[in-house]
Design a protein around this ligand. Structure first.
Ligand code: ZN
Length: 376
């Protein structure tokens, strides 16, 4: 077969591939490693980020490589390092080995990774459940835990012996929430999922790949699960029932599609805030001026966060690049008016005022997560 103009096709393919990689780079990251070199100052695009003493209020760093400590120091960064229990995930079946791994990470980062513990909700019907859980939490608080994660298995997986789905406001959990409030710790509530979890597969959705890879978490394939509205109502109920408990709704409190849903909760519940973990693109997908006005109005209620996951066996260089690239992209989006690319579309950055950036990237975490700055 004759290949016409092969000398022209090859460079064209190479240029195309290069352009494609450039497009992909700010989102996928592992090929880029700027700022990931040991020592030195952060790369130019992270200088503004570093200057606010940023806090990533939602990450899962389980690998205790000192390179992460070096990166955090260079970026002047702190993270909330979150444990999660999910019996569908071999690493997350129990609190160990995560708890041990997070404590090691805290050590190698010189305390820049703060410990967020969790508890197993699965045996909530067994006698003494609340008392046992409180004992475990007290041990974790003594070990420095500043927050407690609750997870979407409440409402989307767990069933009672009677066959009913167990909601996050189940009375079995109430003494635990009361205790967390009394100990001045914070609850990080990953309850429900994005709307897309209940919708038919849509390649344009930010979550399309996730549910493809995790079909067991895809509500669309489980019509027997409670509705999203019912799960969020239970979450709201627990927030209302515990007015002295600080609750941070992870992933924009699963109200990612419309900022008005968050505004409504912020107006109703002074003890409620949200983190942006894994949901920054949803701000891009809504009208820019609406999102900008929302972030300015509720500037005390939004905590910057990524949801970056680094497992003990993951490649350190790749993970460092992912931290760098995610922070660079997000800072560009929140702080500048430059274009940011997501799934083939360009979105203009929000150019938020400096005092608002300072709150979202630092102050709010200090307020909502007492202890995040380490021991005074
Ligand atoms: Zn997470």
């Amino acid at each position: 077969m004759k290949v016409p103009n092969s000398r022209l096709i090859l460079p064209a393919v190479a240029v195309g591939l290069f352009a494609f990689l450039i497009l992909l780079a700010p989102w996928r990251g592992p090929d880029r490693s700027y700022g990931a070199k040991p020592g030195g100052l952060p790369a130019a695009d992270l200088a503004g980020f570093s200057s606010v003493a940023p806090i990533d209020a939602h990450a899962h760093l389980y690998k205790d490589d000192p390179a992460f400590g070096d990166l955090f120091k260079r970026l002047n960064l702190r993270i909330l390092d979150i444990c999660v229990i999910d019996d569908r995930d071999p690493y997350a079946k129990g609190l160990e080995p995560q708890r041990g791994d997070v404590l090691k990470v805290r050590r190698v980062t010189d305390g820049r990774a703060a410990f967020c513990t969790t508890f197993s909700p699965y045996d909530f019907e067994s006698p003494g459940f609340a008392q046992r859980t409180i004992q475990q939490l007290d041990a974790d608080f003594a070990a420095g835990a500043i927050a407690v994660k609750i997870y979407k298995v409440m409402g989307m997986e767990m069933k009672s012996k009677a066959g009913k789905y167990v909601m996050p406001d189940d009375p079995a959990f109430e003494p635990i929430y009361k205790h967390i409030a009394a100990q001045h710790r914070t609850v990080v509530a990953h309850i429900a999922e994005p709307d897309s979890c209940w919708q038919a597969p849509n390649p344009a959705s930010p979550d399309y790949e996730y549910y493809k890879q995790n079909p067991q978490e895809y509500a669309y394939a489980h019509p027997e699960w409670p509705s999203k509205a019912a799960i969020l109502a239970a979450r709201d109920h627990l927030v209302a029932e515990n007015p002295t408990l600080r609750v941070i709704g992870a992933h924009l409190g699963s109200m990612e599609a419309d900022v008005n849903q968050m505004a409504q909760r912020f107006d109703r519940y002074p003890n409620f805030a949200v983190d942006t973990a894994a949901r920054v693109p949803y701000f891009m997908l809504q009208p820019r001026e609406k999102v900008r006005a929302f972030l300015i109005k509720y500037q005390d209620r939004i905590l910057y966060a990524t949801d970056i996951v680094v497992m003990p066996k993951d490649d350190t260089a790749k993970a460092l690049a992912e931290f760098n690239d995610t922070y660079a992209r997000d800072w560009k989006f929140f702080a500048s008016d430059q274009m940011v690319e997501f799934k083939g579309h360009n979105y203009q950055g929000l150019a938020l005022p400096a005092p608002v950036l300072r709150k979202i990237f630092h102050d709010n975490a200090v307020h909502w997560l007492p202890g995040i700055m380490g021991k005074p």
